[in-house]
Design a protein around this ligand. Structure first.
Ligand SMILES: Cc1ncc(C[n+]2csc(CCOP(=O)(O)OP(=O)(O)O)c2C)c(N)n1
Ligand code: SF4
Ligand SMILES: [Mg+2]
Length: 267
């Protein structure tokens, strides 16, 4: 067996042996904060699109949030829409081009607060689109204010003593609501707080693209993402903080799947 001697420094410097960047990602640099989970989630989505052979056959509709800057960094046909209106815009596109994988990139502020009506009506109609909600429990882009998804006790810019259920209300769990609606084909929640969760989330994203492509209905893929800036924690503590707060309320895994695992896409 080849044993690496770790008792002294390596004789040679580490060398890059392969390019791991998905082709749809134009640059590995981004303008988001250190420790932000959104670039990880977006990269995963792009990797799955490539894996499924959908690179020439997908359109992204972005809402408004920090993730919006990725419109300049993804080699994907995309458009921005009004805050929360992604599922409505995606509906129009999908009805015009049923052969194309249409996906929305939204945040919890965008989907659970500003666009709750849009996602619910789109789910009820069973539109064959994939909707992503990057959930960090805050309006990150505007400074970390409370959203409908902030958890009870969570400190945000405008709930500095923590979200109080009696005063601010309880969090709205979009995934749980949609899983109980006719019209949704697939509902799952992933996370990007460590390598194992990233790997598990990749598998969920795959199904979230496949189910609508096979005409089963809408897929909602929620991904918990770190926002150390909005949570007032150092970047290195974001992952732990997330699982101690959002992670306790938002359980990970599949909430609904109407189809079999074996489906593939042949665009
Ligand atoms: C109708 C409307 N209201 C408010 C805003 C301001 N706004 C822009 S981004 C944003 C926060 C978005 O939060 P979220 O979707 O959770 O994304 P995050 O920044 O947390 O990734 C808000 C409130 C807007 N652009 N349009
Ligand atoms: S404010 Fe939060 S969501 Fe926005 S880039 Fe910074 S860490 Fe990411
Ligand atoms: Mg947010």
């Amino acid at each position: 067996m080849n044993v690496i001697d770790t008792s002294r420094p390596p004789e040679r410097a580490a060398a890059k042996v392969a390019d791991f960047k998905p082709s749809l990602l134009l640059s590995e640099n981004h303008h988001l904060c250190p420790g932000c989970g959104e670039p990880v989630a977006i990269r995963l989505i792009l990797e799955v699109i490539q894996e499924l052979n959908l690179t020439q056959n997908n359109v992204c509709i972005l809402g408004h949030g920090c993730y919006g800057s990725f419109i300049m960094q993804m080699d994907v046909d995309s458009t921005l829409c009004l805050h929360g209106r992604g599922p409505a815009v995606a509906t129009g596109m999908k009805r015009m081009r049923p052969d194309v994988a249409i996906w929305t990139l939204q945040g919890d502020g965008d989907m659970a607060s500003e666009g709750l009506a849009e996602i619910m009506h789109t789910a009820a109609r069973g539109e064959n689109i994939t909707c992503f909600m990057l959930n960090n429990g805050v309006f990150g882009d505007t400074g970390g204010q409370m959203t409908a998804a902030s958890v009870v006790g969570q400190r945000t810019k405008n709930t500095i003593e923590g979200r109080d259920a009696a005063y601010h209300g309880n969090p709205i769990k979009v995934a749980e609501i949609l899983a109980n609606m006719d019209g949704t084909a697939y509902v799952a929640r992933g996370s990007v707080h460590n390598a194992a969760s990233i790997n598990a989330t990749r598998k969920l994203i795959r199904k979230a693209f496949l189910r609508p492509m096979h005409g089963h209905g809408l897929a909602l893929m929620e991904i918990l993402t770190m926002c150390p800036t909005g949570w007032f924690v150092p970047p290195g503590q974001g992952a732990e903080y997330m699982m101690e707060s959002l992670g306790k309320v938002y359980g990970l895994g599949e909430l609904k799947d109407v189809a079999s695992e074996t489906e593939t896409v042949n665009p």
